[in-house]
Design a protein around this ligand. Structure first.
Ligand code: HEM
Length: 77
């Protein structure tokens, strides 16, 4: 994702396809929030003192953008 930040169609196509695969895994929208919270907690724990409110907000926004593109692909499935 980081390598393709400027490439909207790659992000839409790749994350949309991954969202559709997750439908087959039984993943629901509700679960995306659980995974996002777990990711943020893990990053905070590992980063320790280096973790800041700004990093938290930026990671939350990044996860939200990725999850939204996956959910859009899933909804189109
Ligand atoms: C933005 C959120 C997520 C990302 C970026 C992500 C990413 C991935 C990736 C890269 C894979 C590898 C296989 C593939 O390409 O499909 C995968 C597999 C999988 N993910 Fe996710 N995932 C996300 C959310 C979730 C959630 C919310 C769940 C369920 C709670 C979930 C459950 C699974 C399962 C069950 C597999 C298959 C594992 C296996 O067959 O070994 N994922 N995910």
């Amino acid at each position: 994702v980081i390598e393709y930040l400027e490439d909207t169609s790659w992000l839409e196509d790749t994350l949309g396809a991954m969202g559709r695969k997750h439908v087959d895994y039984g993943v629901t929208d509700e679960m995306c929030a659980y995974v996002g919270d777990s990711l943020l907690s893990t990053l905070a724990e590992v980063a320790g003192d280096a973790w800041t409110p700004e990093l938290e907000a930026t990671w939350r926004e990044a996860y939200g953008a990725i999850a939204a593109l996956m959910q859009r692909g899933a909804a189109a499935a």
